[in-house]
Ligand binder design. Structure first.
Ligand code: NAP
Length: 304
């Protein structure tokens, strides 16, 4: 049986020289449950101690429909301020461009101010990766590119990425950027497989973008599957997990990492032990037959 390659110890983000771990940790849920700085810090340490160096947040994280905009960034900023040595251990990624209730704003004045506001909340001098969170249909990509390039030139952000962009939106923004995109961040999981066949990952490979997979466990659904389809996907993952002595979640992350685009799954857990457990995924090896069995379970029908 031919085996797919294991992920490397480090990946570079797109065409940049920025080295990151093959797994990331996300802070969408960090500011939930009134988590204090003292409770958030061990989670940051858990990720870094597990060798996870790419940390992903966003200005909208913490927003609960009423308030809380900026809270996850601010909480991370407090953690870093209390222990400044942490900053050098992480590649810091954030996002902006969603502004409730609009819902999206990437007008030049707003986007420039959003970058400054993220820097203030995070209490850092530079953001390593700034991602446009969701496309603003009313923003011309040339204008968006100008603001982002200016932020790079000003030393406020190092690299640029997008999230939830279509292939055409990626191509349009990239066309106008001087500092080309290094990352695209779609939702990808064994339960969300559209980008394997809709061209997004092919475009990422063509342009040299690193795909970051958000909600790699389907927002947690894979850990407690309910529908027949979700259960079939879980069973296909469990077959490999059992054979290699790892958890289903590790099998799910590794399934994504086995794709040739070099997908980096963003672990979403806010539990220190589960964050650390994710690293077991780096040793899971997939055969083609097993890999396709998960895809076919998710498709619900055989490949042609
Ligand atoms: P996920 O990994 O699909 O789901 C994580 C959820 O599953 C958590 O609530 C976690 O709870 C739960 N879970 C239950 N058992 C688990 C286990 N054994 N191991 C791990 N998790 C378990 O990821 P996500 O939180 O939905 O998203 C991950 C990251 O993607 C976010 O933090 C964010 O950085 C990014 N994201 C980006 C976008 C975007 O539009 N760009 C959208 C959504 C998310 P516990 O905390 O209790 O473990």
């Amino acid at each position: 049986m031919s085996l797919l390659p294991l992920p490397p110890a480090q990946r570079t983000l797109g065409h940049s020289s920025l080295a990151v771990s093959p797994l990331a940790w996300g802070m969408w849920r960090l500011a939930e449950q009134g988590r204090s700085v003292g409770e958030a810090a061990p989670l940051v340490h858990a990720a870094l101690d597990a060798g996870i160096t790419l940390l992903d947040t966003a200005d909208i994280y913490g927003f609960d429909g009423q308030g809380g905009f900026g809270d996850a960034e601010a909480l991370l900023g407090e953690v870093i301020a209390a222990d400044p040595g942490l900053r050098d251990r992480m590649v810091l990624a954030t996002k902006g461009g969603i502004l409730p209730p609009l819902p999206y704003d990437q007008s030049p004045a707003y986007l420039a101010e959003a970058i400054d506001a993220s820097l203030r909340r995070l209490k850092v001098e530079v953001i390593d990766l700034y991602q446009v969170h969701r496309p603003d249909i009313l923003a011309h990509p040339q204008e968006v590119a100008r603001v982002l390039d200016e932020a790079v030139a000003a030393g406020k952000i190092r690299h640029i990425g997008v999230s939830n962009f279509t292939c055409a939106q990626v191509a349009a923004l990239n066309h106008f950027l001087t500092n080309k995109l290094v990352v695209t961040q779609p939702e990808i999981s064994p339960l969300r497989i559209t980008c394997f066949e809709n061209g997004e990952l092919d475009q990422a490979m063509m342009l040299g973008l690193t795909p970051l997979a958000w909600s790699p466990l389907g927002g947690g659904r894979l850990t407690a599957p309910e529908t027949p389809r979700d259960k079939a996907v879980a069973a296909a993952l469990d077959a490999v997990a059992a054979a290699q002595g790892v958890s289903r979640t590790a099998a799910a992350y590794s399934w994504l990492m086995a794709h040739p685009a070099g997908i980096i799954p963003i672990i979403g857990s806010q539990n220190a032990a589960r964050i650390a457990e994710g690293a077991a995924a780096l040793a899971v090896q997939w055969g083609r037959e097993e890999w396709y069995a998960v895809l076919v379970a998710a498709r619900g029908e055989k490949l042609p």
